[in-house]
Design a protein around this ligand. Structure first.
Ligand SMILES: [Fe+2]
Length: 226
């Protein structure tokens, strides 16, 4: 498990709408996951991801930032369709309403809505990429969250591993599966050591929620973009 590098998600290619959305979601502890999912769709599409796909990746879990959403229970498993459909629909509704309020183009709103509705189940190559990127991102930047679940007694180690396994099982594009394997192994090792691990979860959560921390332009990140 690692802390995040300041400015890891700096990107001079963010659209104005993406910038506004990130400010809207600033303070959400899943903001890093959203940014990371966007990075994965860009990588999986070799830089050719559509604007709708990038925006859907950046906003697909937005509903969890706003109270009143559906809650899954540990006993229902990670693939509970009742929860996943309610979560996807609420996110699509909230994001679409926000986009329309920003004056976003109707076609873009519709495309983003369709992708968010499908982000848990895939279907069509763009939705499959989004679903895979979501899973890759969980494995890459939520290893600490799974360990925290175990330390807080929310899940057993085996229970938390089911989330990792489910993340792998839902990946369809072969390239994404290939990229996921080392992440799956690392996250599994982190879970195996969950009870022996001392980690500053509070600081990690703050990093994951801070737009300034995640996207600030540092000398290194600017050079990386060149
Ligand atoms: Fe997600």
């Amino acid at each position: 498990m690692n802390f995040c590098t300041p400015g890891r998600y700096f990107d001079s290619n963010f659209t104005a709408l993406e910038q506004d959305a990130m400010e809207w979601l600033d303070g959400f502890y899943q903001l890093e996951h959203l940014l990371n999912t966007r990075s994965w769709v860009v990588a999986l599409c070799a830089g050719q991801a559509s604007e709708a796909l990038r925006f859907a990746a950046l906003s697909h879990d937005a509903e969890r930032f706003f109270p009143g959403g559906p809650t899954g229970t540990p006993t229902n498993g990670f693939d509970d369709p009742d929860y996943l459909f309610a979560h996807s629909t609420r996110s699509a509704d909230i994001v679409e309403e926000w986009m329309r309020g920003q004056g976003a183009e109707a076609t873009l709103c519709r495309q983003v809505r369709r992708l968010i509705l499908r982000h848990e189940i895939g279907g069509g190559w763009e939705a499959d990429i989004l679903q895979a990127a979501d899973a890759l991102s969980f494995l890459e930047v939520f290893d600490w969250l799974a360990v925290e679940w175990v330390q807080r007694g929310i899940y057993t180690i085996e229970g938390a591993k089911e989330k990792l396994c489910w993340s792998m099982e839902r990946i369809r594009p072969p390239l994404a599966l290939h990229r996921a394997l080392p992440l799956f192994e690392a996250a599994t090792r982190a879970l195996d050591a969950a009870f022996d691990t001392r980690f500053d979860f509070a600081t990690r959560r703050e990093q994951a929620a801070s737009l300034a921390f995640l996207t600030q332009a540092t000398q290194e990140t600017k050079q990386g973009q060149r």
